[in-house]
Design a protein around this ligand. Structure first.
Ligand code: 5AD
Length: 353
């Protein structure tokens, strides 16, 4: 009874927009019940509606390269995975994908890729300028990993609007368990601070259920999101990839991912929060569950059909049906069936909270 009342008190404070301590965030995670999950989801959906109405923003995702110089222990496109069939889109191919998306009505393009050293600032800036020239009313989002401040500045000056860089975990010791020694939590955070200072709409994010993660690491992530106030936050379950050191680890769950989506919406009401492909991959109803937990963004794949299967960050990553731009109509129907409205406009973050 005593425990139950503590959960209730914390849930009330969270719902009222109050900050909780790390210990309190962890307590809520550890003591969650289906009732609490339902209560927080309801509150999160109400907050989302207050700020964004019924809109769910659709972004066209273009996976421009699966070359990567990094060797993250969880990721299927890590450099030491010899089984990964590498590809890189030409600028013409990227522009063609964007055109296809533009015709479907999309006004945000997300260029995502591994840390591909071939993609120099000069090449990327030329591509960004071309995109902006052809599709001037669109937002260009980049998700290309860690770069120097100077490089981020050049990409911004070329016209890129947003940058996604998941922090993966806000706990430095945990970060080191997921990455080789060549990568550091300090540089990750430096990148995120630089991106924000330069003026990008900036996104961070985590994998839920990554190896060694406990509620205490998750509480650290929530506290980080509370203080950093990202414009976007991408979270999805960790899913093992067979050709990685974490190939036999336990995956994260849709259940905890959705619980955290609700918490994040309540902690940072205006954040743009995708219902991710990983969530749809681990649970056939994941896409909807994410939206019903407070998410308000979906990112269907605009990459050319032939290469889509090659951007395999984790086993069985979905890339067909509603995950694809061609499945846009089915996706729109699904969104409407939840009482929500697909929105293809730029969908910038609303500042009022
Ligand atoms: N499971 C789930 N998400 C993954 N990512 C990379 N590998 C995996 C995996 N095995 C996520 C990381 C990265 C983003 C591009 O994809 O969070 O930042």
């Amino acid at each position: 009874m005593k425990n139950r009342s503590r959960v209730e008190e914390l849930a009330d404070r969270l719902t009222a927009g109050k900050a909780l301590t790390r210990e309190e965030y962890a307590y809520l995670i550890d003591h969650r019940t289906p009732e609490l999950t339902h209560q927080l989801a309801k509150a999160a959906v109400a907050v989302r509606e207050r700020i964004y109405g019924r809109s769910v923003f659709i972004r066209g995702l273009i996976e421009i390269s699966n070359y990567c110089k990094n060797d993250c222990f969880y990721c299927g496109i890590r450099c030491s995975n010899d089984h990964c069939d590498r590809y890189r889109l030409t600028p013409e191919e990227v522009l063609r994908c964007a055109k296809e998306g533009y015709e479907l009505g999309f006004r945000t393009f997300v260029l995502q890729g591994g840390e591909d050293t071939f993609l120099t600032d000069d090449k990327l800036c030329a591509l960004i300028r071309d995109l902006k020239k052809q599709f001037g009313d669109c937002a260009v989002t980049l998700s290309l990993g860690e770069r120097s401040r100077k490089s981020y500045q050049r990409l911004f000056d070329a016209g890129a609007d947003r940058y996604l860089l998941r922090h993966e975990t806000a706990d430095p010791a945990h970060y080191r368990k997921l990455h080789p020694e060549t990568m550091s939590p300090e540089n990750r955070m430096r990148c995120l601070r630089d991106l924000k200072e330069i003026g990008f709409q900036t996104g961070c994010g985590i994998m839920v259920g990554s190896p060694y993660q406990t509620s205490s690491e998750l509480a650290e992530d929530l506290a980080f999101i509370r203080s950093f106030r990202p414009d976007m936050c991408g979270i999805g379950p960790f899913i093992p990839h067979r050709d990685t050191p974490f190939g036999n680890e336990t995956p994260g769950t849709a259940e905890l991912t959705c619980f955290l989506l609700s918490m994040i919406r309540l902690i940072h009401p205006a954040v743009l929060l995708p219902s991710t492909t990983a969530l749809a991959t681990i649970d056939p109803g994941g896409r909807e569950k994410g939206l019903l937990s407070g998410a308000n963004v979906v990112m269907p794949n605009l990459s050319p059909k032939e290469i889509r299967g090659k951007y395999e960050l984790y086993d069985h990553k979905l890339h067909e049906g509603e995950e694809s731009a061609q499945g846009f109509r089915a996706l729109s129907e699904k969104i409407r069936s939840l009482g929500l409205e697909p929105a293809v406009d730029r969908g910038d973050i609303r500042k009022e909270e």
